[in-house]
Structures are given as structure tokens and as C-alpha cells.
Design a protein around this ligand. Structure first.
Ligand SMILES: Nc1ncnc2c1ncn2[C@@H]1O[C@H](COP(=O)(O)OP(=O)(O)OP(=O)(O)O)[C@@H](O)[C@H]1O
Ligand SMILES: [Mg+2]
Length: 159
């Protein structure tokens, strides 16, 4: 007889991570490294699809925050949040929400048209659109914004 637990989606506890980082190339690189480390600490395989996808999304959003959303002397913020799957809502898969907040609320992300293979810029948000289940932008009072992207997680930290 199958046990009840093998038929249910594994429980993924809610988890949160926030880190303020300097709005520099180094800060953007650190955002990606910290995100991978945090997901690994939460039990996700470093070389698994979820972590690799999350790393790409963090890299693109953080790069945009330091290139396009930078305000001199101000940091940007990386936040990761895993929503819980639980017996409470067993049909709802867990999602990882990546949120990158910068201080330039008056300038918003503007995905370009499909880029040419030779284009050097304008690919980041196309990558985000392709990889994320959902993404968007929210104001972050008093003068900033948050660009967020969500991916649906698989069958659990080891899945
Ligand atoms: N955080 C942000 N703040 C302000 N503007 C942004 C932000 N992110 C993106 N944008 C705007 O959206 C445009 C498209 O972003 P996208 O990441 O697709 O391309 P890119 O950053 O110009 O080039 P690439 O990512 O290929 O190096 C940017 O050129 C910029 O004008
Ligand atoms: Mg970009």
C-alpha cells in the first residue's frame, strides 16, 4: 500500500532571504553568487534546473539594477522568497520569487523587440520573459521600484 506522503507534493516551507548590495558590477555578480548559495542552503541542487534558471534571472535583474536603475551612492536590494506548498493548498506548486529593488522609480524596464544575433544589448529582459513564469515591476516608495520574476519549482528541494 502506498503511504499518504508519497502521493502528496512534498512540503516546501516558506523561506525568505534579503540582501542589500552595492550598485556596482561587483554587487550584481555577488547577487547571483549569493542567490545560488542561498538556494543551495535551502536544499536545492546547485546544478539543478531551478537553481540555474534562478541564477540567470538574478544576474539579468541585478545587472539592470546597477546599469539602468542605479542612483549614485544608493544600494540595490535582492530578495528571494519561496512560497510554501502545503497540505493547506496541495494543488498549488511552490514558486520562487526573485525581487530586485533599485532607487530609480522613474525609469522602468522596457523589453525590446526580438534582438538580432549580433546585438550586444537588449537581451536581458527577453531572457527574463522566456525563463520566468511571470515577471513585472512594482513601485517601491518613496522613489524606487522592484522588478520581480517568479519560477515554478519542481517536486521539492531535491526534485
Ligand atoms: N532596473 C531598470 N531600471 C531602469 N530601466 C531598466 C531597468 N531594467 C531594464 N531597463 C530598461 O529596459 C531596457 C531593456 O533591458 P534589457 O535588460 O532587456 O537590455 P539591456 O540591459 O539594455 O542589455 P543586456 O541586458 O542585453 O545587457 C534597458 O535598456 C533599459 O532602458
Ligand atoms: Mg539588461
Amino acid at each position: 500500500m502506498k503511504s499518504e506522503t508519497t502521493e502528496r507534493q512534498p512540503l516546501i516551507p516558506a523561506a525568505h532571504f534579503r540582501q542589500q548590495l552595492s550598485a556596482t558590477r561587483r554587487g550584481a555578480r555577488l547577487a547571483r553568487l549569493l542567490a545560488v548559495q542561498q538556494l543551495a542552503d535551502w536544499g536545492w541542487a546547485r546544478d539543478g534546473e531551478a537553481v540555474q534558471t534562478a541564477a540567470l534571472l538574478v544576474a539579468e535583474l541585478a545587472a539592470n539594477a546597477v546599469v539602468h536603475g542605479r542612483v549614485a551612492g544608493r544600494d540595490f536590494l535582492l530578495a528571494l522568497a519561496v512560497s510554501p506548498t502545503a497540505a493547506v493548498v496541495p494543488t498549488t506548486p511552490a514558486t520562487l520569487r526573485i525581487a530586485v529593488s533599485d532607487c530609480r522609480g522613474e525609469r522602468l524596464p522596457a523589453p525590446g523587440p526580438a534582438s538580432q544575433p549580433t546585438d550586444e544589448y537588449g537581451r536581458g529582459l527577453l531572457i527574463v520573459e522566456t525563463l520566468a513564469a511571470r515577471w513585472g515591476t512594482e513601485p517601491r516608495p518613496p522613489s524606487g521600484k522592484t522588478v520581480w520574476a517568479e519560477i515554478v519549482l519542481g517536486g521539492g528541494p531535491m526534485g
